[in-house]
Design a protein around this ligand. Structure first.
Ligand SMILES: NC(=O)c1ccc[n+]([C@@H]2O[C@H](COP(=O)([O-])OP(=O)(O)OC[C@H]3O[C@@H](n4cnc5c(N)ncnc54)[C@H](OP(=O)(O)O)[C@@H]3O)[C@@H](O)[C@H]2O)c1
Length: 347
């Protein structure tokens, strides 16, 4: 049981508690025994009054538009960027420290953008904005692996293709992939649903996520560049990406080419990556010994496989990355931020 009457444990609110990330956050709070003095579940008026359980106790979902944030110490926001833009400033004004899962404040200079395994040093004090931003779901696993590489060999360029699951669009994304797959299997000529994903994601791949920018890149692709630079503290890091939606229910993958300043020794690289916290390197040479979203295993680890230094250019290597976007890419990172704040006495 993680409900406690100890005074130092924070009173927490989970905004977006009914969503895919909110649901993962509730499960992680239970599994990791995160100590709280009170927990409040918040969502849209559509869900107000619905009952959900946390640590075996029932709680009624409350509507965000009437929620009083002066009654909590810490608020996790996972309800979309526009909701965060509207409501996070008033939550901060009412005294809550906010961990925001959306894109709304990530590039704000007064807001730290934190992956605890990389830049927990940013969590030593309450930020000026009252907000700590949680990075994009594909950026988090990538920077966790780039950090030791940058420290050891220096990085000249990173080229990434992502393979992002339907759950990146929340509950409705998962539901649409399942329904579109069912419709298409029954009749390949039938019109499959294509609202969350256009064209339909069933038996398809879509090289377009989020909105198109003037540069020709998408916002999702721009996030990976800007956020990696900010988290790693490398303002000139060259990261270029193609973000692709694939018909996988949950678990994002990435193929990353990393070109370094010096020649990379493969054995040392594998040792370095494997020594990172909560990273599993799948390095057997037997067929099938690589991670996939369905078979990677431990959902709270970043999984790496197919690590290969290019024979024609030994300063560069490829790696294949798999990580649970709802946990590592969102809820777990947010909770690990809260755990680090508690450990440091900031909460
Ligand atoms: N899915 C991922 O892999 C992932 C990864 C990183 C970051 N994120 C970010 O996390 C956020 C949530 O994503 P999700 O996948 O959990 O989406 P989701 O499954 O669609 O859930 C959305 C949640 O937000 C709530 N909500 C929507 N509009 C609201 C409003 N006007 N006022 C209050 N609550 C509102 C919903 O409440 P109702 O149930 O009442 O509608 C629901 O709890 C998004 O900003 C997303 O970008 C997601």
């Amino acid at each position: 049981m993680t409900l406690t009457t100890d005074a130092p444990a924070p009173r927490i609110a989970l905004v977006g508690a009914t969503g895919a990330v909110g649901t993962a956050l509730i499960r992680l709070i239970e599994e990791r025994g995160f100590a709280y003095r009170d927990v409040r579940l918040v969502a849209s008026p559509r869900s107000a009054g619905r009952e959900l359980e946390v640590d075996g106790r029932p709680y009624r979902v409350e509507a965000l538009d009437t929620f009083d944030f002066s009654t909590v110490d810490l608020a996790f926001f996972s309800a979309g960027s526009s909701v965060s833009r509207t409501w996070v400033p008033s939550a901060v004004e009412q005294g809550a420290l906010v961990v925001d899962n959306t894109n709304a404040f990530r590039m704000d200079p007064a807001t730290p953008l934190v992956v605890p395994q990389v830049n927990a040093h940013e969590l030593g004090r309450r930020p000026d904005s009252g907000i700590i931003a949680n990075p994009n779901c594909s950026t988090i696993p990538l920077v966790r692996l780039l950090r030791p590489v940058a420290d050891r060999w220096g990085i000249r360029q990173v080229v990434v293709s992502t393979y992002q699951a339907a759950s990146g669009r929340g509950h409705s994304g998962i539901a649409e992939l399942q329904e579109a797959s069912r419709v298409t299997l029954a009749d390949p000529a039938a019109q499959a649903p294509a609202e969350e994903f256009t064209p339909t994601l069933a038996f398809n791949v879509i090289p377009f996520i989020d909105e198109l920018l003037e540069s020709g890149f998408t916002l999702e692709e721009q996030k990976m560049l800007q956020e990696s630079r900010k988290i790693l503290g490398l303002p000139h890091l060259d990261v270029t990406t193609t973000c692709v939606r694939v018909p996988v229910v949950n678990g994002h993958s990435e193929a990353a080419w990393v070109e370094c300043n010096d020649v990379v020794d493969r054995d040392e690289l594998v040792r370095l990556l494997a020594a990172e916290p909560e990273v599993t390197v799948h390095d057997a040479t037997t067929p099938g010994a690589f991670p996939t979203p369905r078979t990677a295993g431990e959902p709270d680890h970043v999984h790496v496989g197919r690590v290969r230094v290019a024979p024609h250019n030994p300063r560069g290597f490829w790696m294949w990355i798999v990580a649970d976007n709802l946990r590592i890419g969102a809820a777990l990172n947010a909770l690990q931020i809260a755990e680090a704040l508690t450990e440091r006495g900031v909460l």
